[in-house]
Ligand binder design. Structure first.
Ligand SMILES: NC(=O)c1ccc[n+]([C@@H]2O[C@H](COP(=O)([O-])OP(=O)(O)OC[C@H]3O[C@@H](n4cnc5c(N)ncnc54)[C@H](O)[C@@H]3O)[C@@H](O)[C@H]2O)c1
Ligand SMILES: N[C@H](CO)Cc1c[nH]c[nH+]1
Ligand SMILES: [Zn+2]
Length: 430
């Protein structure tokens, strides 16, 4: 059974604290294992990359087989059914349209004393996209990773994806083809992140690594940060559903199961103002789990990390949501907008009874690579801004330099940096 909590019970704070601090992705064991994998790839390059890939994905690749050829990409794309192609194209069209709106504009202006000030945006040169593939195959994550990079104008896009037992779905390569990604490697896990960060003979290093993955991938991204940029920690999936009496328990249960089936630490939480809803959803989850062909993963996730919390009112639900800072927050209430405005910490918010989170996973248009493990307190979902950087531009005229010189020279004096002061004063009186 998942954890059952009532916010008005005496031991609530302690039990809720356990939920907040739950070690779903950052265990010491995973951290240590990842550290030695990264070090191995740094030291031994392709040799380690191939060994680790073959060990964890049960494959037998040679280094020369890690890169997927353009012919393989084209052949896989030709094999997907018209329905799959159409679905990928619908997703591609909607995600592209939404991300185009995120492109930032350069902005240059002159202030009141004649100083030119500006912000110039430039795309990153080389990025690595992590597409997860251990327990499930995620063609949608190919699109979610690649589209904002393409919209931003990144020159080199390298994609990595694990191939457990040598398997790779045609839809992954078809999605890459539709998104214009052609540099793809059959590697995953921490070893793939290490190769992208430090480079090997086969995989040239990149400037930033983005994309979701399991606890090993999330830990590896944490550890290589600084050597390369990373987008955020997008680890095991989470959903928090806020439901009141107006919700449909079958729909809520289906949404909780949808996240739990991601496995490997996924977490589904219901917060409800209605005790009868709590019971009805719990019963529905049990009933619907039995209908799933791959029910064990979702059942394990629901029982180990799931929770049902009853609260007295909507405001208490919002308060818990802000503490949990969940990757996805669904508002299963009749009038979601006022609640949405009060939610400060969430990767993405889904409004009302007719917006299952799964629509955002695939075709809504927003990005499904989102911050997990409470990192929505300081991080945002993947978007075009992850693939560009800002450079500031500054220009003085003789008179604006003169207007600013006294303050600059004073600050140089108090910092005892005479060279700085002189570089300003030399330009005056000319
Ligand atoms: N937050 C998001 O935006 C988002 C989006 C999609 C998926 N996800 C999450 O991504 C995850 C995908 O996980 P996955 O496992 O299916 O695929 P994955 O590609 O993330 O991980 C598979 C790799 O993990 C490594 N691995 C597995 N067991 C290991 C071990 N014992 N030691 C060392 N390495 C090991 C292997 O290298 C393997 O190739 C799920 O948790 C899902 O919830 C998150
Ligand atoms: N729910 C995941 C993001 O947390 C994304 C995903 C991809 N495919 C299905 N779901
Ligand atoms: Zn999902």
């Amino acid at each position: 059974m998942p954890m059952r909590l009532d916010s008005q019970q005496a031991d609530f704070a302690t039990r809720f604290g356990d939920l907040l601090g739950g070690k779903r992705e950052a265990s010491v064991e995973v951290g240590d294992a990842v550290r030695s994998i990264i070090e191995d790839v740094r030291q031994r390059g392709d040799e380690a990359l191939v060994e680790l890939t073959n060990r964890f994905d049960r494959t037998s690749y040679a280094p020369g087989e890690l890169r997927i050829t353009e012919q393989e990409i084209a052949a896989a794309s030709d094999r997907v059914s018209p329905e799959v192609r159409a679905a990928l194209e619908t997703a591609h069209r909607r995600i592209s349209a939404h991300h185009q709106k995120q492109l930032p504009q350069d902005h240059i202006y002159q202030d009141e004393i004649g100083v030119t000030l500006g912000t110039r945006w430039t795309p990153l040169e080389a990025v690595g996209l992590y597409v997860p593939g251990g327990l499930a195959s995620y063609p949608s994550s190919v699109l979610m990773n690649a589209i904002p990079a393409r919209v931003a104008g990144v020159e080199r896009i390298a994609m990595v994806v694990p191939t457990p037992d040598g398997a790779l779905s045609d839809a992954i390569l078809a999605a890459a083809n539709i998104a214009g990604v052609s540099e793809i490697y059959r590697v995953g896990g921490a070893q793939a992140v290490a190769a992208l960060a430090y480079g090997t003979h086969t995989i040239a290093r990149v400037d930033k690594i983005v994309g979701p993955g399991n606890a090993f991938v999330a830990a590896a991204k944490r550890q290589v940060f600084g050597q390369v940029g990373i987008d955020m920690i997008a680890g095991p999936s989470e959903v928090l559903v806020i439901a009141d009496h107006s919700a449909n328990p079958a729909w809520v249960a289906a949404d909780l199961i949808a996240q739990a089936e991601h496995g490997m630490g996924a977490q589904s939480i219901l917060v409800t103002t209605d005790g009868r809803m709590a019971d009805a959803v719990a019963a529905e989850v049990d009933r619907q789990l039995k209908l799933l062909p791959k029910q064990q993963i979702a059942r394990d996730g629901w029982e180990e990390f799931g929770a049902i919390i009853t609260v007295p009112d909507h405001d208490s639900a919002v308060q818990l949501a802000n503490q949990l800072a969940s990757e996805h927050v669904e508002l299963a209430v009749d009038d979601p907008e006022p609640l949405m405005r009060k939610i400060r910490h969430a990767g993405a918010i889904f409004l009302g009874h007719h917006t299952p989170e799964a629509i955002g996973d695939y075709v809504g248009g927003s990005n499904h690579v989102l911050p997990t493990a409470r990192s929505a307190r300081f991080a945002s979902g993947l978007g075009v801004l992850d693939f560009v950087k800002r450079t500031s531009v500054l220009g003085c005229t003789p008179s604006s330099l003169s207007a600013l010189s006294e303050a600059a020279i004073t600050l140089a004096e108090i910092e005892q940096l005479d060279g700085h002061g002189r570089s300003v004063s030399l330009r005056l009186n000319r």
